[in-house]
Each structure stands twice: as structure tokens, then as C-alpha cells.
Write a new protein. Structure first.
Length: 197
């Protein structure tokens, strides 16, 4: 675990947190803007996390709300971005709208202490980690994940957990880079959105 200041960008999953606790986690990490990467910024069970309500609550805490779900969401509208009816994160990462949105994230990082937000509590269950944070890390951005208990896990530690989940022990015949890519692929196949019938 590390301090928020050591990282250029953070992520968080709102899960079922009370609104006050969610805002407190952001404030503790020094966040000044949320980049909402949910494809559908709405929550029936937790209405305080629906886009408009969340933006209003964040505004009272001097935290900006930036919608990015159209281009960085985990449920693409383009059916060609699915493989076997499952969102293909590798293909999505190469799509022009996604690449453009990453540039916009970079610009926002110049103005704010930015935190990507989605719904899932566990980073390894969410595209914000398996797709967006991975792409940002590959572009040289130091990313960390705010966990529900307030600790911040550097993305490199999240990747170590990902390798362990995938049984990614050292392999004399496969490079760590290849093992990690396979672990990302396997995890994405388990948690990525499925194309509706």
C-alpha cells in the first residue's frame, strides 16, 4: 500500500457505500475530480450514485464530476467490440474513441487530482482496472486503487494479485509480460459485460 500523493491517478468503486463515506474516502485521498467511467451512470439500489445526484453531492465537497462512460465505459455500443458476446477489452483499448478519451483523461489530470469511478468494489472485478488503468499504466501513468477500507493499492500490486488469481507462478518458458497479458485476458472473460440478446 502507498500514499495517494505517490500516484498520478486513482480509481474507486462506489459499491454500496453510504454517500458520506464515499466522499470522505475521496477527500482523504485528495481527489478534486471524479471521472465516471460507468457506461450507464445510474443506480436504482443506491440512487445517490446516479449521475446527477452524485454530481450535486460532489459539488458540495468541491469535487468536480466528469462523465466518461460514453468512451471509457465497460459496455460498448459497438457490437464489433465483443468477442463471443463478451466485451473484448483488448480490442476496446485499440478503438479510436477509447484512445481519444485517454488523451482527455491526461488533460484532466493536468487540472485535477483525478479519480476514475465505477461501481464494483474490487478493482479486479471492474473494467476501470482491467481495461482503463491497464492502458494508462502502459502509457506510463502511476495508478492506484482506493479500497473500501481507505488503503490505496498501487496498480502494480493489483497486477500481482491478478497473477496469483490466474495461477501465474514463475514459468521458465513464458515471460512475466505474457503471463500478465494472459491473466488480464482470463479475468476479463470472467467479469466483462455480455452483449444483450
Amino acid at each position: 500500500m502507498c500514499e495517494a500523493a505517490e500516484l498520478a491517478l486513482l480509481t474507486i468503486g462506489h459499491s454500496n457505500l453510504p454517500a458520506e463515506r464515499f466522499v470522505a474516502l475521496l477527500q482523504h485521498a485528495g481527489v478534486t475530480a471524479i471521472a465516471d467511467v460507468r457506461s450507464v451512470p445510474f443506480s436504482r439500489r443506491f440512487p445517490w450514485f446516479s449521475g446527477k445526484a452524485l454530481a450535486a453531492r460532489l459539488e458540495t465537497a468541491n469535487i468536480a464530476y466528469l462523465p466518461f462512460g460514453d468512451s471509457l465505459g465497460g459496455r460498448p455500443h459497438d457490437p464489433t467490440l465483443y468477442r463471443d458476446r463478451i466485451a473484448d477489452y483488448e480490442k476496446m483499448a485499440q478503438a479510436a474513441p477509447f484512445r481519444t478519451a485517454l488523451e482527455r483523461i491526461g488533460e484532466a489530470m493536468g487540472r485535477y487530482r483525478l479519480c476514475l469511478m465505477c461501481a464494483e468494489r474490487e478493482p479486479l472485478d471492474c473494467h476501470r482496472c482491467l481495461l482503463v488503468a491497464r492502458a494508462l499504466k502502459e502509457n506510463g501513468v502511476a495508478v492506484g486503487h482506493i479500497l473500501i477500507d481507505g488503503r490505496i493499492e498501487p496498480h502494480s500490486e493489483t497486477e500481482e494479485r491478478l497473477l496469483a488469481l490466474a495461477g501465474g507462478a514463475d514459468d521458465l518458458f513464458t515471460s512475466r509480460t505474457d503471463r500478465l497479458a494472459q491473466a488480464y485476458r482470463q479475468r476479463a472473460a470472467k467479469v466483462a459485460a455480455h452483449l444483450s440478446a
